[in-house]
Design a protein around this ligand. Sequence first.
Ligand SMILES: O=C(O)CCC(=O)C(=O)O
Length: 266
Amino acid sequence: MGDVPSASTSTLYTLQDFELCAMAVDLETVHVEALPEGAFYISDFVTEDEEDWLVNKVLSAPQPRWTQLSHRRLQTWPSPLTNNNTLIAFPLPLWLESIIIPRLKDLGVFKDSPHQAPNHVLVNEYKPGQGIMPHEDGAAYYPLVATVSLGAPIVFDIYEKHGIEGPGTGAAETIRRPKPKYRILQERRSLLITRDKLYTDFLHGIAEVTRDEDLGPDFVCNWNLLREKAVYRGGWYERQTRISLTYRDVLHVTKMGNAMKFLGGR
Ligand SMILES: O=C(O)CCC(=O)C(=O)O
């Protein structure tokens, strides 16, 4: 497991260099059974070369694309939502679209969502010691998130909502960090789908630690679905930089012209 390559040192593939293969997996075979409905985990969702190419694209985005938050940095594609949780219609960039969206379609992941495809992607980068407090993603989105992990593994924690709701709703991050009810290990190059009750009735977060511990079949819900268990034989993993691409379907979408009218333009 190496560090995330820098934009300048990564091999410069073009999209044409990849033979984009279809994703012929029956979701039922990758269901995370230890969790409430519904989570699915595919360990080998993108190849090593595709991972390298995607990381390079993330890291070579212009600096203003990044929002530096206190515990991670973030890119929002195609744009942040308006104050009333509406997306201004604009296509996703080709690099976020080309490899991943056809595979999500093959799997039928967004087939029941309003636009039958994701229209919004949040890109998160976590250095060792960084994370995201327990929160829920809220009502702006269809209740499904498809997360592609790049660069390094990380543990994704799931919390019962009861008793730890923070001072707001939506993506408000809570102050206290109780013990997670479930833990999912996301390997680099994997896809995690969370939907249904897991989206609506639970909170999720990533601990701000430099090492993920208690890694084994008794504490990791998707242990049986991992690609590479030997890495965790000591029961721990020293964090390295990890990038996530989180694909969602925003429910309300408006054309730019309508948004301008709403804002008082002509
Ligand atoms: O990076 C991740 O896997 C989780 C990100 C997340 O929780 C969010 O964007 O709401």
